[in-house]
Design a protein around this ligand. Structure first.
Ligand SMILES: NC(=O)c1ccc[n+]([C@@H]2O[C@H](COP(=O)([O-])OP(=O)(O)OC[C@H]3O[C@@H](n4cnc5c(N)ncnc54)[C@H](OP(=O)(O)O)[C@@H]3O)[C@@H](O)[C@H]2O)c1
Length: 245
């Protein structure tokens, strides 16, 4: 699909990658860009129409889908990462919050907007996933579980919406230079680069974006994950545990 002339909605558009998505959509000539955010007053990008939306609120999601008729591109970008382990976390609160937003929130958005996209002739859904959809890192273990669930959801929604001509794009990335990765010292890709790659993919009808070299390497190594992916992760984690004991 062409971005120029499309009507797009971006969740979490007030900062980080969502803001970069909204800006790039305007730059590419989208006819209308709805910038959805929990605090819509924080959506200040020129050319973007603020919309109040918490994706964990079923009534609000339904209302926005009804009010934003004409949307042909849904950018499911909103997400949370609580940096929580499976075993060491004090309780299940972080794991539940990540599933509630990243998995159930995205699922709710897909369900609400599927008929809106059908009415627009098919359109596209872009789900913002992660390199951690492919493997578990103990530093953000329950986040990885939510992103793996969201990856599965993305593949299933693509199959279910094929009949109505909806393109469903999975975007996987390692560290992106936003608030979410603010404490990370490792190399980070810019949100602008991710946005450019994603809209190029949407325009080319591609179903997957692997946004950086490490993400491409990990995806290519999945069939040998216990040889190639997990040993260095284990080593790093064991060192971290030693450092705290
Ligand atoms: N940064 C990375 O290294 C990285 C890597 C791979 C994938 N990702 C994914 O990229 C996406 C964007 O993350 P980011 O890096 O831009 O992180 P961020 O700077 O922390 O921004 C997260 C955005 O999601 C919004 N959000 C959170 N919960 C929400 C909810 N219930 N309803 C609506 N909006 C909600 C936040 O709104 P508030 O301002 O109201 O909190 C904020 O706009 C996420 O899905 C994330 O998992 C990030």
């Amino acid at each position: 699909m062409q971005i120029s002339g499309s009507v797009a909605l971006v969740t979490g558009a007030n900062r980080g990658l969502g803001r970069a998505y909204a800006r790039e959509l305007v730059r590419r000539g989208a006819a209308r860009v709805y910038g959805a955010a929990r605090q819509p007053a924080q959506v200040s990008e020129p050319g973007v129409t603020p919309v109040a939306l918490d994706i964990t609120d079923p009534e609000r999601v339904a209302r926005v889908a009804a009010e934003c008729a004409g949307v042909s591109l849904v950018m499911n970008n909103a997400g949370v990462m609580k940096a929580s382990t499976f075993i060491g976390a004090p309780d299940l609160d972080a794991a539940r919050a990540e599933m509630e937003t990243n998995y159930f929130g995205t699922l709710r958005m897909c369900r609400a907007f599927a008929p809106v996209l059908a009415a627009s002739g098919g359109g596209a859904i872009v789900n913002m996933l992660s390199i951690t959809s492919f493997y578990t890192n103990p530093f953000n273990a329950s986040y990885g579980a939510s992103k793996a669930a969201e990856w599965s959801l993305t593949n299933g929604v693509r199959l279910e919406l094929h009949h109505q001509g909806t393109l469903v794009v999975a975007v996987h990335a390692g560290f992106i230079d936003t608030d979410m990765a603010a404490l990370v010292q490792a190399p980070k890709i810019s949100p602008e680069s991710v946005a450019r790659q994603v809209f190029d993919a949407v325009e080319a009808g591609q179903v997957e974006v692997l946004a950086d070299e490490r993400t491409r390497t990990v995806k290519a190594s999945l069939s040998r994950d216990h040889e190639l992916i997990y040993p260095p992760v284990q080593e790093f984690w064991d060192e971290a545990v030693k450092g705290t004991s």
